[in-house]
Write a protein that binds this ligand. Structure first.
Ligand code: PEP
Ligand code: MN
Length: 360
């Protein structure tokens, strides 16, 4: 992928003065539901109307989508509102039907990106298309799989490409439905600075009241657009009820989000600074999270030591750790003095925790 500038063309051609917005329900449920939502979004900043027709559900027995019938409803959306349309495709048959119904934007879902076989099948079916194709990140935090998806599509001569960041699944419960792991999206952005990058805060958060904050972080990180699930009756949606917002909420959110534009050198400077600061914030959150995890393990060790009546301070082990960390620090351009200070502070906090457990 040598000339990455061509990747931006479709987005530049839209000449938007705001981030790209893709909105609409998680699933197309009925013709009436689809058209109602579309009409409420008609005069907003929404560029593409989304609706899932074929729904990949993690467990069977849930609503699996209305199927090809829904493509007719999307055609009606376009005819009645002028909005372009978007849906997820997960195999060659879906691609064929979506192209026959002139869907403007197709995306590959997170559960498909994990499978190179499926991505290749979709890429072959799409060969040479000028439709916009967006690749969602794989469910698991694996940048290579995401890059592989993009490369397979690009090799199939699909130039109107982009990616959607929808967060990554974790076994541990976090405050997100899918952990954002922003550093993975940032890494992708560094590799392909011209590849349009869209955030899907609905699937990241899983909760409607967190969508605004995640959208703002994405814009601060220079994402090019947002995909937000929107429903006229979110609580009674047939899929992803907790994360859908009403068209009114979406429109208000678009007004309230701070959009950073690159207009002159001063603005560009502030924009870069802001992006870098947001990157630092992301890493700081991770540092706290990881320190918390380390301390939890130290607590467990504390409980073990208490059981066996062993002393809290184990100097030999501690000196080994320090030696290793100083060497690793050097490789990362971190001074010995800095590593000593940081690890002494961490060690002290562990001892304090363990002493509390011993005496508790
Ligand atoms: C969706 O967009 O409705 C969807 C199923 O998303 P994901 O593939 O990100 O889970
Ligand atoms: Mn959904």
């Amino acid at each position: 992928m040598k000339n990455t500038k061509e990747l931006r063309t479709w987005l530049d051609d839209l000449s938007l003065d705001h981030p790209l917005v893709v909105a609409g329900p998680c699933s197309a449920e009925t013709e009436d539901q689809v058209l109602k939502i579309a009409h409420e979004l008609k005069d907003s900043d929404v560029n593409y109307f989304r609706a899932g027709i074929w729904k990949p559900r993690t467990r069977p027995g849930n609503f699996e989508g209305v199927g090809a019938l829904g493509l007719k409803w999307l055609q009606k959306v376009k005819a009645e509102t002028g909005m372009k349309t978007a849906t997820e495709v997960a195999n060659a048959a879906h691609v064929k039907l979506a192209l026959e119904h002139d869907i403007d934007l197709l995306w590959i879902g997170a559960r498909s990106t994990v499978s190179p076989f499926i991505v290749q099948e979709i890429a072959d079916a799409l060969k040479g298309t000028d439709k916009i194709v967006l690749v969602k990140n794989p469910v698991n935090p694996d940048l290579a799989l995401w890059l592989g998806g993009i490369e397979r599509l690009y090799s199939a001569d699909i130039k109107n490409l982009g990616v959607i960041h929808r967060g990554f699944s974790t076994y541990e419960k976090t405050r997100y439905r899918n952990n954002p792991e922003w550093q993975i999206a940032i890494e992708l952005q560094n590799r392909f600075p011209d590849l349009p990058l869209i955030c899907d805060p609905s699937h990241i958060t899983g909760k409607r009241d967190m969508i605004f904050e995640v959208s703002q972080t994405a814009l601060d990180l220079n994402f090019n657009g947002l995909m937000i699930e929107t429903h006229v009756d979110p609580d009674n949606a047939w899929s992803d009820a907790a994360q859908q917002v009403t068209p009114d909420t979406l429109i208000q959110m678009m007004e309230d989000l701070k959009i950073r534009k690159e207009t002159d050198t001063e603005a560009e400077y502030r924009n870069s600074l802001n992006t870098l600061r947001t990157q630092i914030d992301v890493i700081d959150h991770q540092l706290i999270d990881i320190l918390g995890k380390r301390m939890k393990i130290a607590d467990t060790i504390g409980a073990l030591k208490k059981d066996k009546n062993v002393a809290v301070l184990q100097s030999k082990r501690w000196n080994e750790i320090l030696g290793k960390m100083i060497l690793e620090g050097e490789q990362n351009k971190l001074s010995e003095e800095f590593i000593l200070r940081v690890f002494k502070a961490i060690h002290q906090e562990s001892i304090n925790h363990q002493e509390k457990i011993m005496n508790g």
